[in-house]
Ligand binder design. Structure first.
Ligand code: PGA
Ligand code: ZN
Length: 412
């Protein structure tokens, strides 16, 4: 394939901040991709290139200038070839020269072009590339926002209802009926009802960055009591949090609701919560460099829940391999923009699976209307997908895309 034309522009994410959108054309084919942006970013992530004024003019100039010139006149047989070319062109370990945002916008648009050329849906192209079996992920629906996503109205960043479509309907267990059973449709319907019910119980409250409610509570376990009620009402659901503990960490301890916790005290707090409430997973329970605390915690609780690394592993295949050697976690969050190319995000999933761990694909807190992450989650057969709360269109579009994928997969 020859990329003939590359254009890029600045669009606004859900926080109204600038982000990059890129369009590639090759003969009659054309594909566009935009990239999301995090707020509680890990310090080991690839670099998102921003100008002093917060804009992405330099990233756009790199795409339309150096990257466009380098790609022009060359022929690429696969999307992986383009990604390897982009990585070499940047030449830095963390994409700091051209920018991970610039590179990823080209990488995702290229993946779409190759899917079009092969005349297969995007999720199928991703599965072929990754050597994975596509399947419906659990929906990690972020129902209450806290931490830096809601001015710390709640101490933890994300309070999540995990919905497992396969566990909702008894028909799913019946082999002949399971052929026509659509787990994502049922999971999403349950998520919508649960989200509305929680909204009624909370009354009129603000929404946080990820489109979940942003209430306040006097006690740390009150939100969990509310979530546990929902779990009782909705079969196939369970509780997860993203503690995003790097954001709670100050001078060797963790600050929650005005109290200071040492790492072992925070562990006890989590263990107590897991004991009393129906937990499925805890993401980033400790700060990004507290590898030993992760290992101890996973040894203690890894048999009961998923301990997910996000800021710890930053979708970086080398960091995931390192975490595997020390058994720091048993699941990995996969965010393509933390690493900057689709091929490396796929490699991160492969490293995760090689470790015997679960992969959870994830959006970012600053999102666009690009639904690539839905195709990625389904294509790599991820255990789950984090796509946010239902109070924001850019989040809902990911869920809508998942339902469309389920239909496409049913008729192919
Ligand atoms: P971020 O939050 O996109 O602001 O980093 C999401 C997360 O921590 O999982
Ligand atoms: Zn996180």
């Amino acid at each position: 394939m020859n990329i003939e034309r590359i254009t890029a522009r600045s669009i606004s994410d859900t926080r109204g901040r600038a982000t990059i959108e890129t369009t590639l054309t090759a003969g009659p084919l054309s594909a566009t991709a935009s990239v999301p942006s995090g707020k509680s970013t890990g310090s080991h992530e690839a670099l998102e290139l921003r100008d002093a004024d917060g804009g992405v003019a330099t990233a756009i100039a790199h795409v339309q200038g150096e990257i466009a010139e380098a790609l022009s006149g060359r022929s690429f047989a696969t999307a992986d070839e383009i990604d390897l070319f982009l990585i070499a062109l940047d030449g830095t370990p963390n994409k700091s020269r051209l920018g991970a945002n610039a590179l990823l916008s080209v990488s995702i648009a290229a993946e779409r072009l190759f899917a079009q050329e092969a005349n297969v849906p995007l999720w199928r192209a991703i599965a072929n590339r990754a050597g994975t079996t596509p399947s419906a992920p659990r929906l990690y629906v972020n129902v209450m926002n806290g931490g830096v996503h809601a001015d710390f109205r709640l101490p933890f960043q994300e309070y999540i209802l995990v919905v497992n479509g396969d566990a909702i309907h008894p028909m799913a267990k019946n082999v002949s009926a399971a052929d026509t059973y659509e787990p994502l449709k049922h999971a999403y319907a349950a998520a919508q009802q649960a989200f509305a019910k929680l909204g009624e119980r909370l009354g009129s409250v603000a929404l946080g960055d990820e489109g979940g409610y942003a209430p306040t509570f006097a006690a740390l376990d009150e939100p969990f009591a509310l979530l546990a009620d929902l779990v009782k009402e909705f079969p196939g659901t369970s509780i997860a949090i993203d503690a995003a503990a790097s954001e709670l960490y100050r001078d060797g301890s963790y600050q929650l609701l005005g109290k200071s916790y040492a790492a072992n005290e925070l562990s006890f707090l989590y263990e107590d919560l897991v004991e009393r409430f129906p937990f499925h997973s805890i993401e980033d329970p400790f700060s990004e460099d507290a590898a030993d605390d992760f290992t101890r915690f996973t040894e203690a609780l890894g048999g009961k829940i998923l301990v997910i690394g996000d800021d710890l592993t930053v979708t970086n295949p080398a960091r995931i391999t390192e975490a595997a050697g020390r058994q720091e976690i048993n699941a990995v969050l996969i965010k393509p923009n933390q690493i900057g190319t689709v091929s490396e995000a796929i490699l991160a999933v492969q490293e995760t699976h090689d470790a015997g761990w679960k992969a959870v694909a994830s959006h970012r807190s600053g999102e666009t209307n690009d639904t690539f992450i839905a195709d990625f989650a389904y294509g790599v057969g991820a255990h789950g997908i984090k796509a946010g709360g239902l109070g924001q269109k850019e989040r809902v579009e990911k869920y809508d895309r998942l339902l469309a994928i389920e239909q496409e997969a049913g008729v192919l």
